[in-house]
Design a protein around this ligand. Structure first.
Ligand code: NAP
Length: 342
């Protein structure tokens, strides 16, 4: 591919999937300490439509290129970089800075991690930000112990399915909310499925467990949702608020209600608490060894067949708009991945 035929996707203005535009551009050269990756695949996260639609503190201003994780081959190296070298196959997370919906992505060399050749590009990219999030939530924030019980919301989604898979590794007894059509997937991953659309999950958890669970991982958010999640906890239980996927369907009004309930859970003298989830980019910046070793461990588990990320769909990069429409429609399981090359 010649330099001037490179393409990227931009969010041209705030709005629906129609604001995503696929454009030709000249890719940037890597600066000192940076490398450029010719992308094979990049991940789509539920956070991407939130940033596309809403202006909130920390959200990038259009025009910008979304996407946080990439897998590909190093095709240019900046001054002072010892590793990786030209031709190496690597993965990287851009620490929340976006720019990955593109055929070429420039990143700090120290953020790259080697990808085993036998690992499929879509599966490798699905193991980056979702599994880092799940790992930090499960170990750094919740401090789970083998034998504990956990409820995982959105258990067939990108982060949710990562949580269930890491929960199996950690020896947890798990329950997972999902639409009924995804129950077989949730069961196969290792959790008892609960149909959140047709059942009150808090009532169902009490029926299934008696006294509730030790930890709830909630990627959905919203005041009512989190309050019901807190009711699932037994004494000493922890409620982890990891995301607000509900904002994509109900709007950003879910944010204040979520923060209020997290505060209430901590204020009530009932032995339950809602520990803060560390900001993933800050946590990774301060723990680069953790960042690199966690991704490497995930790649090893996948390459040896011990763990397999769920891929909902592989969509050509040029059709990123369709990927966002698919996300808005729901009904998928796992991570939607944009394919930049075959
Ligand atoms: N804290 C961090 O660092 C971090 C990092 C990555 C992502 N996140 C956040 O995590 C959230 C999830 O991201 P994702 O990429 O995993 O999204 P995703 O793949 O779209 O998964 C969300 C899942 O939730 C299900 N769902 C929707 N409403 C539900 C409800 N009320 N109860 C139970 N399940 C429900 C959806 O399935 P159905 O088809 O069944 O509705 C879907 O499978 C987002 O808010 C994202 O911003 C946070």
């Amino acid at each position: 591919m010649s330099r001037d035929t490179s393409h990227r996707v931009i969010v041209a203005s705030r709005g629906g999937p129609e604001v995503l535009e696929y454009q030709a551009h000249e890719p940037a050269e890597p600066g000192p300490g940076e490398v450029r990756i010719r992308s094979e695949a990049c991940g789509v996260s539920a956070y991407d439509p939130m940033l596309r639609q809403y202006a909130f503190p920390g959200a990038p201003k259009p025009p910008y290129t979304p996407g946080e994780d990439v897998v590909g081959v190093v095709d240019a190296v900046g001054d002072g970089v010892i590793a990786p070298v030209l031709g190496d196959r690597v993965a990287a997370w851009t620490f929340g800075d976006g720019d990955c919906y593109a055929e070429h992505v420039v990143v700090d060399a120290e953020r790259t991690v080697s990808v085993p050749t036998e690992l499929d590009a879509a599966e490798a990219v699905a193991l980056v930000v979702n599994y880092l999030t799940a790992h930090a939530a499960m170990h750094a924030a919740a401090g789970v112990a083998s034998g504990e019980r956990a409820l995982i919301h959105g258990a067939a989604g990108g982060v949710g399915s990562a949580l269930v898979q890491l929960g199996v590794q950690a020896g947890l007894e798990m329950y997972g909310t999902a639409s009924a059509h995804n129950h077989e997937i949730v069961r196969d991953l290792g959790a008892v499925p609960i149909d959140y659309r047709n059942e009150d999950f808090a009532v169902r958890i009490k029926e299934l467990t008696g006294d509730g669970v030790d930890v709830v991982f909630d990627v959905i958010g919203g005041g009512r949702q989190l309050w019901r999640s807190s009711r699932c906890l037994r004494k000493g239980g922890r409620l982890l608020m990891l995301g607000m996927a509900a904002a994509n369907r109900k709007g950003r009004g879910v944010i204040p209600g979520s923060l209020l309930v997290a505060g209430l859970v901590n204020a009530m003298p009932n032995g339950k608490r809602s520990p803060g989830m560390p900001s993933l980019d800050k946590y990774a910046r301060e723990n680069m060894d953790w960042y690199r070793s966690t991704i490497t461990e995930m790649f090893e588990l996948a390459a040896t067949g011990k763990m397999r990320p769920l891929i909902a769909d592989r969509v050509p990069l040029a059709e990123a708009r369709r990927a966002h429409e698919r996300m808005a429609a729901g009904g998928y399981a796992g991570k939607i991945v944009l394919m930049a090359s075959d």
